[in-house]
Design a protein around this ligand. Structure first.
Ligand code: HOZ
Length: 427
């Protein structure tokens, strides 16, 4: 395939935008080469600036769960836009989306809308600190909760892809309140809690990790975290920015049958427009301004266009929950197909999958935490990524990202993807 126009657009972008992108993973630094510039997208396909058609496995990193330019979502946004795009005043549609989200997700009574997953997680931690009167939080190495200061400590996703899991600019003062544990290591968390008795406000976790590839929590680990949090008056925050409204109506809380105290959302809840949200029981949310003293605000929060996209998206998922099963079946089919092809190639690999999230790691170790995820062979990954791209398959351009399947993908698309891998020399 030819990517000349994308390369020219990238060169131009680099003059005016740092690194030519507005979010680092998009720059292809981990895999080399120039990023693809998208012109438009429909259903499961991206159409790039050179006129190539690519089968999309990132779905805008999650939100486009029903495929690109999904008509009910597009129509809702277009109709809303004709009536004004921002007021900085309350609108009825905010309550409609809030009511629907609360009805779909367990253990939450109220929800506050913000503009991104970063804002959602940042605000959730502030609320947890305000509610408990404690300062410290525990996060897990390789988990990514957005780019606010407290979370850029051994962060996953773009941070680790570019070798800056601890970013310059985060002060020592902030960093000291973020304690670090290993994913799936309950004993490590217990030791941290013991060493910081009565000082920990919250444990924040991606309940299915998606920012060090897809990583599945062990059952005893998750159950243990829940018990520990309850015993020690620590709030358990599920960062469901990726998993919320993707694994099922009730997200990871429902899938794992573990209740969280605060849940954060992004991606699917905005239907492809910038929306984040955090939600909890009323006694916790009541601490938030203007009801309580914990401050949080935003001019574009609850923006009518964003709310209309989110409402159209969640309405469809709520009315047709079989979509989640369809997605999981497609992802299992892809898993089986990739597995069959990779087995023949005789190179070490692991495939992790949960619902419609999946990732391939070129390592012989089971991938259960950041260390095992980082043991993957990046040269093989680069060959894999570029080989698939040449055949019109767009995968995440970093081994530390999960794929997100969309329901517009057909079994023929999945077969094309599996066949593309079959023809690749990876060793
Ligand atoms: N770090 C994001 C995915 N985990 C990528 C965001 C983007 O580049 O759009």
């Amino acid at each position: 395939m030819i990517y000349q126009r994308s390369s020219a657009l990238f060169a131009e972008a680099k003059k005016y935008i740092p690194g030519g992108v507005n979010s680092p993973v998009r720059a292809f630094k981990a895999v080399g080469g120039d990023p693809i510039f998208v012109k438009e997208a429909k259903g499961a396909y991206l159409y790039d600036a050179d006129g190539n058609r690519l089968i999309d496995y990132i779905a805008s990193w999650g939100p486009m769960i029903l495929g690109h330019a999904h008509e009910p979502v597009v129509n809702a946004v277009v109709e809303k836009a004709k009536k004004g795009t921002s007021f900085g005043m309350p609108t009825e549609i905010e309550t409609q989306l809030a009511e629907l989200a609360v009805s779909m997700v367990p253990n939450i009574d109220q929800i506050r809308f913000v503009n991104s997953g970063t804002e959602a997680c940042m605000s959730a931690v502030r609320l947890a600190r305000g509610y408990t009167g404690k300062d410290k939080i525990i996060k897990f190495a390789g988990c990514y909760h957005g780019h606010s200061d407290s979370f850029l400590i051994q962060a996953g996703s773009g941070a680790v892809t570019f070798g800056s899991p601890n970013s310059p600019g985060v002060t020592q003062g902030t960093a000291k309140d973020t304690l670090l544990a290993d994913y799936n290591d309950l004993e490590g968390v217990r030791a941290l809690v013991e060493a910081n008795k009565a000082e920990i406000a919250a444990i924040i976790i991606e309940p299915i990790a998606g920012n060090m590839g897809c990583i599945i929590p062990k059952e005893a680990f998750m159950k243990g975290l829940r018990t520990l949090c309850t015993e020690e008056n620590i709030l358990l925050i599920f960062d469901e920015v990726m998993t919320g409204f993707r694994l099922g109506k009730g997200g990871a809380q429902e899938a794992l049958n573990i209740p969280a105290d605060i849940v954060t959302f992004g991606k699917v809840i905005g239907g492809g427009l910038p929306v984040g949200a955090f939600a909890a029981r009323k006694d916790i949310m009541g601490h938030l301004a203007p009801e309580g003293p914990v401050y949080q605000a935003g001019t574009l929060s609850g923006n009518p266009l964003a709310m209309s996209a989110g409402l159209a998206m969640l309405t469809e998922l709520n009315e047709q929950p079989e979509i989640f099963e369809s997605l999981a079946r497609k992802t299992a089919y892809l898993h089986e197909g990739l597995d069959g092809v990779l087995r023949k190639k005789g190179i070490p690999y692991q495939i992790n999958r949960y619902g419609s999230m999946i990732s391939v790691h070129f390592t012989d170790q089971a991938v259960v935490d950041f260390t095992s995820s980082a043991s993957g062979n990046n040269d093989t990954f680069k060959r894999y990524f570029h080989g698939m791209l040449e055949k019109g398959i767009y995968l995440p351009p970093s081994a530390f990202e999960s794929y997100f399947l969309n329901n517009a993908l057909s079994y023929a698309d999945l077969d094309e993807t599996i066949d593309a891998l079959d023809g690749l020399a990876l060793g």
